[in-house]
Ligand binder design. Structure first.
Ligand code: E4P
Length: 208
């Protein structure tokens, strides 16, 4: 089980890198825009230089040709870039094309086992089921993660499962138990994962 940081905030990434437990970053257009970024390329390059593991960067165009072109361009920005492609029929074609070029794809906005299976068959390196967003509409997001993990194991598919749209530390517990290869978490959740009031009380008592 590995932990990625789900953010485009360079300070959070630098801080988390110091903990030594974060082995990748996932960004998306909303996270990047939240940072008020003016130079997308420079920001992504800075993030890629701050962490040694994969950094997922989403394409922001539509249509197979445009997505493939943009993905190819973004993949030249840094050696550790992974391209996020949405789980659509066009996304499948793009994923297949990019995989042929050896470009790693994170098949994102995945909400079902069928989408995940097709993404794996298109040779995506990662599949990102969005747990929180499924929970939001009354589904069991983590059950989808578990089903995907089980099916990939059964059919020996090498695509790794990233539990995404993580909202709280309990999501990380269930993602770990479900066998997700990776959970991508906001910085606030990472801090919640390490904190425990009994640890704080214990430290205070020992110091006293
Ligand atoms: C993951 O790759 C996504 O960037 C992210 O987890 C989406 O989370 P949200 O549903 O909280 O926006």
């Amino acid at each position: 089980m590995r932990i990625f940081l789900d953010t485009a905030d360079i300070n959070q990434i630098r801080q988390a890198a110091k903990f030594g437990v974060v082995s990748g970053v996932t960004t998306n257009p909303s996270l990047v825009s939240k940072e008020g970024v003016t130079d997308y390329e420079a920001t992504i390059k800075e993030i890629c230089a701050s962490i040694s593991g994969p950094v997922s960067v989403e394409v922001v165009v539509e249509g197979v040709k445009a997505m493939v072109e943009q993905a190819r361009l973004i993949s030249t920005w840094a050696p550790n870039v992974t391209i996020k492609i949405p789980a659509t029929s066009e996304g499948l074609t793009v994923t297949t094309e990019l995989a042929k070029d050896g470009i790693k794809v994170n098949f994102t906005l995945c909400f079902s086992l069928n989408q995940a299976l097709l993404g794996a068959l298109a040779c995506a390196a990662y599949i990102s089921p969005f747990v929180g967003r499924l929970d939001d509409v009354g589904h069991d997001g983590m059950q989808v993660v578990k089903d995907i993990v089980d099916v990939f194991k059964h059919y020996q598919l090498s695509t790794e499962v990233i539990a995404a749209s993580i909202r709280h530390p309990q999501h990380c517990v269930t993602a770990t138990k479900a066998g997700a290869h990776i959970a991508t978490v906001p910085y606030s959740v990472l801090m919640q994962m390490i904190r425990h009031p009994l640890t704080d009380i214990g430290v205070d008592r020992f110091l006293a």
